[in-house]
Design a protein. Structure first.
Length: 202
């Protein structure tokens, strides 16, 4: 009787060990790989889901990009939306941020939206300017501006290029009934710049 009980105990312990080994094997095979969104500090991260191979931990403490009150101007051919945006962070710039101007009528019903993408250097403030067809502007009574999630980049990797502006001339185009601004933009960097855009503020 004792031998039978001993054998049963041995078999039970053996099966338990076998199932334990199988369970550990399945856990190791099918467990989720460490990531920057698993809520754990792993894979050489300096904090939970930040640092190491993940985004810099400092990003979580950055001040958000701020947008000022929007305004709009009606021309003969377009309605132009304008709003200032500002990045107060000195150590980080914004390589891309989406924005949307939304127009409302007198009943506060949404009429249309004009969208775009911009950027901001560290400690910088700039105007957003977006134009829409003039035919849509008759009923506009209020405009709002919303900002998307910024793509942060360290200041040393996102340096403001040096440009010079000269020979600025403001003229009135009588045929088009438009104000035209002309000038010269000079690249003062050793590297060529693929794209340059300019905005004239009055």
């Amino acid at each position: 009787m004792v031998n039978r009980t001993a054998r049963q105990f041995t078999y039970g312990a053996g099966y338990l060990a076998l199932f334990g080994v199988i369970g550990i094997f399945l856990f190791l095979v099918f467990r989720a790989a460490p990531s920057c969104f698993d809520g754990r500090q792993n894979q050489r991260e300096r904090g939970i889901d930040c640092g190491g191979p993940c985004a810099d931990c400092a990003i979580g403490t950055l001040r958000p990009v701020r947008a000022g009150d929007p305004a709009w101007i009606k021309t003969d051919s377009h309605i132009v939306f304008v709003a200032d945006i500002e990045n107060e962070n000195t150590a980080y710039g914004v390589s891309a941020i989406e924005y949307a101007f939304t127009a409302f009528d007198a009943a506060d019903q949404e009429i249309f939206t004009a969208e775009g993408t911009s950027f901001l250097y560290p400690s910088a403030k700039k105007p957003l300017v977006e134009a829409a067809a003039r035919a849509q502007s008759a009923a506009v009574r209020r405009v709002s501006v919303t900002l998307g999630q910024p793509e942060w980049v360290r200041a040393e990797l996102f340096v403001r290029p040096r440009f010079g502006v000269s020979a600025i001339v403001v003229e009135k185009d009588e045929k088009r009934n438009e104000t035209v601004v002309r000038g010269t933009i000079r690249n003062e960097e050793p590297e060529d710049q693929s794209t340059v855009s300019a905005t004239a503020e009055f």
